[in-house]
Design a protein around this ligand. Structure first.
Ligand code: DAH
Length: 382
């Protein structure tokens, strides 16, 4: 009979493992029958199994690390491990021997697994202890330094004003920094060649565009684009060709505008009074000084008693006891009409505060240039 025989040598125990192909099952049975009489095979297998156990147990108990222990598992108990390879020899034993030797293999496997688990626990414990010792925290070391950012005082003041007036129904609008001449001036009743244009030193972009000199053009945009009644705030940058200790070419304003029916100076005074009490703290006197702005009629400059000296006179208020906080007035009917609102039906009031000025008053700062110099010694105080 033709048969193909492959031979593999178990490197550990020099056992010759014979692998037969499917074609010769019949032949295999014949050779098994022969093996029934071969007790030498059985004792060789038992001996090998015991040798493997002794060697595996010795190596497992001495395994120096989890990694090496795991390699031993593959070496002895894995599918291609020496014990598994040897177990394949069971098939060649006579049927009388097979159960006993099979049982022996199972017992060996169990004992090695127990030894493995035991060594695994020992190694884990010692590896954890070693890691704890190695990675012990030195609590006296300085921690990583985190440089936390903080809001700029201009932003703090804007947020606070928006929050205070937000409580009585105002919401924020924005406009572009490059404005049309018309929105910045003409629609606000500041006609070309009129002396009131000279009140503001303007950066011109071209014949028809300027860097906005105030936040008042957002009034125009609101009245033209939104249906009244409205209460809006427009905080943001403004630009004027001017620079000294109390004037910067770039600074910030916040514009307030209310449009409704039957609006009077009393409404304006009530709103400003509420705002001053909330922003500077209660107890300051308020004063409305007649003034002139082309876009309001009547117009008033808003003063309050100096929050630093509370009216007694100091450097900030130039010993007057009063501080000017901004301009205000009832929206000029010409401006309402320019923006498409019927002045017979709608009225409004408006106000404009300088943000840096509010911060100067609130925090007693003496030079407006500090706001744009980015000196951390200054900024860290807020
Ligand atoms: N826009 C004015 C300025 O920059 C400030 C101002 C005054 C705004 C009166 C107003 C107002 O809304 O009613 O000087």
């Amino acid at each position: 009979m033709k048969c193909r025989v492959g031979a593999a040598v178990d490197t550990f125990h020099n056992l010759v493992v014979l692998v037969f192909t499917d074609k010769i099952i019949h032949n295999t049975r014949m050779s098994n029958d022969k093996n029934d009489n071969k007790n030498a095979d059985k004792s060789a297998i038992v001996q090998s199994a015991q040798d493997i156990e002794a060697q595996a147990a010795a190596e497992i108990t001495k395994a120096p690390s989890s990694r090496e222990l795991y390699d031993l598992k593959t070496k002895y108990l894995g599918k291609q491990g020496s014990l598994s390879l040897l177990m394949r020899e069971l098939g060649k034993l006579g049927s009388a021997d097979r159960p006993g030797v099979g049982q022996l293999f199972n017992d060996i496997k169990k004992r090695l697994e127990v030894a493995y688990a035991q060594r695994e626990n020992e190694l884990k414990a010692s590896e954890i202890n070693a890691a704890i010792a190695r990675e012990r925290l030195d609590l006296t070391l300085p921690g990583p330094h985190l440089d936390l950012g903080a809001a700029h005082p201009v932003s703090i003041v804007i947020r606070e004003i928006v929050e205070i007036l937000g409580r009585i129904g105002y919401s924020v609008r924005q406009g572009p920094l490059i404005e049309t001449d018309r929105n910045n001036f003409t629609a606000l009743n500041i006609p070309e060649d009129h002396p009131s244009r000279d009140l503001q030193d303007t950066f011109y972009i071209d014949d028809r565009h300027v860097l906005r000199t105030h936040t008042s053009p957002v009034q125009v945009r609101t009245m033209e684009n939104e249906k009244p009644p409205r209460r809006v705030l427009a905080p943001g940058s403004v630009f004027r060709c001017d620079s000294d200790a109390s004037h910067a070419p770039h600074f910030h304003q916040i514009e307030g505008l209310l449009i409704d029916r039957k609006v009077s100076m009393a409404d304006l005074r009530g709103t400003i009074s509420y705002f001053v009490d909330e922003f500077f703290g209660p107890g300051l006197k308020k004063r409305f000084r007649p003034s002139f702005f082309p876009f309001t009629e009547p117009s008033a400059e808003v003063d309050c008693s100096c929050p630093i000296c509370r009216g007694n006179g100091c450097r900030l208020c130039k010993q007057s006891g009063w501080i000017e906080i901004g301009g205000s007035g009832l929206v000029n009917p010409k401006v309402l009409a320019n923006c498409g609102l019927d002045p017979e039906e709608w009225q409004g009031f408006a106000f404009g505060f300088g943000i840096e000025r509010m911060a100067i008053i609130k925090y007693a700062i003496d030079d407006i240039r500090l706001f744009s110099e980015n000196d951390l010694r200054f900024l860290r105080q807020f």
